[in-house]
Unconditional design. Sequence first.
Lengths: 110, 893
Amino acid sequence: MGSEPTTLLQGTLDLLILKSLVAAEMHGLGISRRIQLITGGTFVVKPGSLFPALHRMEEEGWISSYWGDSENNRRAKFYRLTKPGRKQLEAETKRWGRISLAIAQALQAS
Amino acid sequence: MPLFTKARSFLRNIFSPHRGEADLDREVQSYLRLLTDENIRAGMPPTEAQCAARIELGGTEQVKEQVREQQIGNWLRSVLSDFRFGFRQLRKNPGFTAVAVLTLALGIAVNATMFSLVSAFMLRHPPGRNPKRVAVVTSINPGNGFLPDANPVSIPNFLAWREANQVFADTAAADQYRSVNFTPVSQSTAGQPQAIRSAAVSPNYFSVLGVSPELGRTFNDEEIQPGRNRVVILSHELWERQFASDASLIGRAIRLNRENYTVIGVMPSRFHLTGFTPQLWTPLEVTAANQTANARKDRSLLLFARLKPGVTIEQARAEFSALARRAEQDFPEIEKGWGAAVRTFPDFLLYNFGIRNGLAVVMTTVAFVLLIACANVAGLLLARAAGRRKELAIRLALGAGGLRIIRQLLTENLLIAFLGGALGLLLAYWGIAFVRANMNFNEAMSAVPLSLDSNVLLFALAASTLCALLCGLAPALNASRTDVNNNLKEEGRSSSSSHSHSRLRTTMVTCQIAVALFLLVGTGLLFRGIFMIEHQNLGFRADHLLTANVVLDDARYKDASQQSLFVRSLIPQLAQLPGVEAASATSDLPAAGPGTVTFRVQGQPEVPANQQLSASDNVVTTDFFRTAGIPLLRGRAFTEQDTPLAPRVIVVNQEFVNRHFHDQNPLGKQIQLNVSGTASQWSEIVGVVGNVKTYSEGIIDDPQVYEPFLQRPISSFSLMLRTGSDPSALASPLRTAVAQLDAELPLANVMSMSALIDRQKGGNPFFVRLLASFAFLALILAGIGVYGLIAYSVGQRTHEIAIRMALGAKRPDVLRMILRDGMKMTAIGAAVGLALALPLPRVFDAIFYGLHLREPRLYFLVPMTILVVALLATYIPARRASRVDPMSALHQD
């Protein structure tokens, strides 16, 4: 089943987008498909959530964009990680680790 | 740097959104194409691939809007776009915009104009350092009178309380109501003596208030001693006007009260106290004579004191109540019943000017006018909202949030309100100029700086915003609850969903009518009261009389015999001037508020000091009654034989006889008068004259006593000259005649009796006319409200009317139907307004003491006027309704 990342997990979507851009620079559809891939199909990011997130992160300065050609020679807007973006990815990854550990602990307690 | 990137994005989003828009559009389109390609690769046929792609995208506009919504600076961009949209809407409906803006402009203009008064009186800071920490101490007069607890304090009390109190760091005193004779001495000008308002102050007066002189210095402690006190500080206005701002004046002498006074300082121009207008200050001399027990009766000082740090005004109040009680115990005959009041400086100035109630009435009236204006505009907005139902339904269907729609509608209303406010400020500018030009009843009023200042601007801004909220709230709330489905359907002339609209509007118009009626009845009563007071018989002939005030100063007229001599020499001279029919002098002009005296009637039992009978008391020369045109009813008036050596005589008025002698013959009865400063003497009543009103504004007749001048000379009196022609023509001969006797003696207030009475009326006629114009404005606005509502409902009901006519109704029937609806609404409003206006006469009884205003005609006239106005307002659209051509109306949709 695909579940939509909600606004509550906005930070999670940011994390996924940043992570998916580590490997390569991609256009919007590509990012969506990559997230779908690396989460094993759990998260299917619709454009209604993806585009706002991409533009917001670009305004924050974590990613930057440029117009290029896709695989089929279509004009598309590509995104790449910036240096602050990499730092943000590191910080968010650490934070996510701490959170999931804490929740796991809480669920194990009687 | 995230902040830098964000700032850059913000500016780019606001100022060049088009590039971003184009880019976003291209990006979304490219996404669609890539998705379509993906679907084709997966095996879908091209059209189906595109369809599936679109479905997965979920709507191009929605996606773009979602991106826009969380862009930095989006709030500002959407607000700006709301404003642009609002402007377009207003331009498309110029008629509506003009009416709405003009209505609000009128309401805001009258409010801003009147608020300038509030700003000038209540929001001005008094001069000096930290005026809220300055306290003003006054006495509380146990008798009635104007502002009984702002009475001055006696010198002995000042000295005692200054030493005894624990709450003030420094206490100063000022005698604010003095007058000096000023003789300009210069080569060029004629040098006519003038009487100038002055104040005598203790040396620490200026330092207590915290004001420094602009030039020179203030008084030092030595200068209150006799011999050292011929020094004076000038006001800025006097220095400019009389001495051409000559800075070398410091150290030079000017001539006051026949003596040379050295100018030691000039006060800055901003040193104005509301209601007090001394042109110069002299030191307050305190001698042994001022400290006797008798001197306690002479109350002339206002005390200004700076509170010690940490002391509150309530503590000061309590302390001085105790001090006043101690004075009562120590000097019971004089101080019985007298208390002490303590106020902060700003409060005192406001209280002393006595305008607070008047301001409250005025501001309430204009607030009502504004409410009526807002109701009109709200009605207009509701009508327009009903016409935009489809547009709003479409926007809701396209995904606009309810909040967003409310915000956009409020923006439109804010535009209308601010346009109305701006136009209103322009009108207010002229309005304030008009009020200022007409508000020159006396010196104190003319000195008030009335202008369109920052307070008025802020007030207009606040009023506009309030209007926007008031007018726009109802339609906005209605709009957000629009039933999308029903409104998008083809509905023809269904008026079902406008039911709540029309009920709301009907209620508003009914309220408008009620308020307009209330205001009209109120001003009608005020008008009637003022009219009755202005046109009552004062008891003397005020026409063709020239008056002037004379104060014989101590320098040359210390003795009673000197005063007598002056008057005995002057009056015959005046009587011989060409054009003069009669001349006399009197301690107080008729109907100008005389002094009072207590007395005993021989043969009646003695009463304790504070329950003695009192009457008003005038000292007059022999020809007074003839000059003033007061009829002599019995006995005789005064003659040259009533000298100090002859038996003492008095004349009383008819009211005196009515109260104290009933049916007996008063002639020959003996009265003992207690005049402060002289021994009580028994006088015989030799004549009875007609009643003269104590004040030109008064209504009740008081008992009056007249004494002959020769038997009790006074130093301060008024001259009266009766002439057959224009009184002002006698002004110059009068001055010359007085100058011949004494070149340095000034004449003050040389004016005709009618001009003086006009001046005494003060601002009342002007204010009442102002209020009346506001009430009429309210009526006109309410009439427009009625017209608007009926016209609109007629427009809505054209279909229904057409059907009725097709079914057989005639034109008069339709006319009657519409008229009936309109008049029903008006009648309810009028009834409510009348009910509200019923308690008004009792309220006015307190203002017009003794007048007992009962005007049943008003309660008939005003509702009739309103019904006529409403009838007219209803008739015009009703006639249009009756002209409806049933066929074309039914075919129209």
